[in-house]
Write a protein that binds this ligand. Structure first.
Ligand SMILES: [Zn+2]
Length: 368
């Protein structure tokens, strides 16, 4: 691996974990209290990014707060329960709701100038696993500063199936699996039809409350959404989808051969027509093809074979496992901050905190 390992933090402990339950407000408050340090640090990091890129974005932190406030009424109307969760986090972590609002609509308020495009997700069902399990994998690539703010939550709310999810700092959780047998991973995509509406993070948080794949997809394409992600959706029955979403359009890509792969560019022809700057996404295309080839060379996948794919460094630093390269423009700087495999059949989440090539995977269990 020659000189590939820049800025690689070795975590000797598993990521922090909390079990929370109750109303959405109470859940938020428990998360905020337990992870006050992480929530506060993530706000400081976002603040520093906005300050450090004033020349390009001409956005102040106060300006970002004003922008973020415009999105709140759309979320409040459709999903008041998740605004309650954010209010709870703000109370528990003793931060302002407006600052959390910026974090949870960061991609929108920076007009997607934060070109974070290195997440890789894939899944295989019983056709392609040695033990017949349904396995879902995701490398989360984000700002290096947020790596220390990663944690795991086990959430049992009054009105949703319990779920187990990874998140960091003050972001609502959206990558995880629930007791209805649904798992979701999110990948940033770059449509040109974004608008003020329900922020992507809140749309994807709602998916973790879904009880069927159809209900999950309806959440992803909720009216008045601000933009969209690719949502990799897996069900314990082996149903696999990529749901590519923009503010006004969507496409369903079905894993008919027992697998799905996604990175950060649209795969559907009609969605490609509204992709902003496709030439910026060549790195994403390379990662997609690499993951596709590695995933389709065996029909006997295990947790270990998927972990091997997650540690791949081909095309570095546009590789599946990505390390932050020094002296890169702040808005483009990112690394793999954790690597997850979800076994939907056994309801276990395996997570390597930091780069999976250097850190061990730890297991967390979803209870009913
Ligand atoms: Zn690596």
């Amino acid at each position: 691996m020659e000189n590939n390992v820049h800025n690689t933090i070795i975590h000797t402990e598993p990521p922090p974990f909390i079990r929370v339950s109750g109303s959405h407000r109470e859940i938020g408050r428990q998360i905020g209290e337990a992870f006050k340090k992480q929530v506060q640090h993530s706000i400081e990091s976002a603040h520093a990014i906005i300050d450090g890129t004033y020349k390009e974005l001409e956005l102040t932190w106060e300006g970002a707060r004003i922008q973020a406030r415009k999105y709140v009424p759309f979320a409040q109307e459709r999903y008041p329960q998740y605004i309650e969760e954010l209010l709870g986090i703000a109370e528990g972590a003793q931060v302002s709701f407006d600052d959390l609002g910026v974090l949870n609509s960061m991609e929108a308020v920076t007009m997607d100038a934060l070109h974070l495009a290195k997440c890789t997700s894939f899944a295989v069902n019983e056709y392609l696993t040695a033990d017949g399990h349904v396995l879902v994998a995701h490398n989360e690539d984000w700002l290096p500063e947020d790596e220390e703010d990663v944690f795991i939550v086990h959430v049992s709310s009054d009105d949703e199936p319990p779920f187990l999810a990874m998140t960091y700092g003050g972001l609502l959780p959206n990558i995880g699996l629930n007791a209805a047998g649904i798992a979701q991973c999110c990948n940033s995509v770059y449509p040109n039809d974004s608008r003020i509406g329900i922020p992507r993070v809140i749309v994807s948080r709602a998916v973790l409350g879904a009880r069927t794949p159809a209900e999950a997809i309806r959440c992803m394409i909720v009216p008045h959404r601000a933009a969209g992600y690719n949502h990799l959706l897996a069900h314990e029955s082996g149903e696999l989808y990529n749901v590519e979403v923009s503010a006004r359009q969507f496409a369903l890509l079905y894993g008919k051969d027992g697998f799905v792969v996604h990175t950060n560019h649209y795969l559907d022809f009609n969605m490609q027509k509204i992709e902003a700057d496709p030439e910026e996404l060549i790195g994403s295309q390379g990662r997609y093809f690499r993951a596709l080839r590695l995933l389709t060379r065996t029909s006997q996948h295990t947790i270990k074979t998927l972990q091997t794919i997650q540690r791949d460094h081909i095309n570095y630093p546009n590789s599946i496992c990505n390390h932050a390269v020094e002296d890169i423009y702040p808005l483009d700087r990112e690394k793999t901050i954790n690597s997850i495999i979800m076994d939907l059949t056994s309801r276990i989440m395996y997570i390597a905190w930091g780069n999976p090539c250097e850190n061990h995977y730890h297991d967390f269990y979803l209870d009913e």
